[in-house]
Design a protein around this ligand. Sequence first.
Ligand SMILES: O=C(O)[C@H](O)[C@@H](O)[C@H](O)[C@H](O)COP(=O)(O)O
Length: 252
Amino acid sequence: MADLEAVAAGPERFAVLAAETTARMLSRAVSQRGRASVGFSGGSTVGPVFDALVALATQPPTADLYVDWERVSVGQVDERVVAPAHPDRNAAVLLTRLVDALPVRPASVALLPVEDVEVTDAVGGGRWRDEARRRLVQLAGAETRFDVLQLGLGPDGHTASLVPGDPVLDVVDRPVALTGPYQGHRRLTLTYPVLNAARARVWWVVSGQDHTKARALHSLVTGDVSVPAGRVERASTVIVTDGDPPGGSDRT
Ligand SMILES: O=C(O)[C@H](O)[C@@H](O)[C@H](O)[C@H](O)COP(=O)(O)O
């Protein structure tokens, strides 16, 4: 099994290391294909890394870290089914702390269409389903194959909104699925086929002083398929953490 790489930085350097790791992936994709597509997760970890990506873009670029953001398409890994102004909406942080601060073209941004979800919709979809596919194709082509997907990790081992026990874990015939309620909201999430088809994946994992994610991180690193994160493709995958290297190589 191709193994994933783990890099670790102390809490003070985590955001910069995560940003550099991601920028390197995007820079490589643009160099190779002339364009790049990236999907970002939500949660509390991403904001500081978005800030570090913006800071990186304002510094004199070293070749391997330079990202031509005008050639980058930006999408979401998952989104809560809430109103646009709701504080739990992932898109708000993505737009204000990354997209609006970089020369990303507006036509190159496609959010998950949570506004099209009806209360009665099932996992399989409603009118949001076709719109979600259309937006993914716009971002990542007919194969909905992203160049880079940024993933987070929950203490229960979830990633994206692929949460333990939810039927979305078994959806393999479409790129987006609708979860049941989780922490108060239903969510639209990319499914395993899209996560695993991406040309590269980068995990941003902050476990904090209390190591709340240590167990989930161990499951991820060891490929423990009993947790959702353990089922994600490991090749072309880098885990960036704020703590001790989770049983892997480390470079800080
Ligand atoms: O919408 C979401 O909730 C995220 O996509 C989710 O997968 C997140 O990345 C992890 O739960 C980590 O969240 P934190 O960064 O807040 O720890």
